[in-house]
Every structure is written in structure tokens, then in C-alpha cells.
Design a protein. Sequence first.
Length: 84
Amino acid sequence: MNDNKKSKSLSTLSEQLSGIFDHMDYIDGSFKRIEAYAKKKHSDIEREINPDKNCDVSRELQYHTANFLRNIANDFEKKNRLND
């Protein structure tokens, strides 16, 4: 008797895990697309404001870009904490 229930619950768990892993692939792909877009936009902006490829300007842009992304991540974490 219990074996039937156990088999069914393991089957359900397996289906749930499969769904989670499928969703993780989607999330991973989304992050890769976002990363590629951010890199392209960063290159476009750098080319626009730093056509002479000055190293100081590049470092300053990288600093501000990292700071901007850090702020976005912090805001996202705060919003998620409020929704929990």
C-alpha cells in the first residue's frame, strides 16, 4: 500500500524537478542574453564617448558601469525582500 503512494510522490517530485530544471535553462539563457546586450551597449557607449580609446576614460567608464550594475542588483534584492 505505502509503496504505491511512495512511487506516486516520487514521480510527482521528479516531474517538479524536471520543470524546475527546464525553467533554470530559460533563466540561464535570459541572463546570457542580458549579459551580451550589456556588453554590446557598453562597447557602443565607450566607442561614442571615447573614440580615441583613452585608457583613463575606459577605466572611468568601467567604474561607473560596475557601480550602476551594483546599484541595480541591490535595488532588485531589496524589492525581492519586500515581496517575500
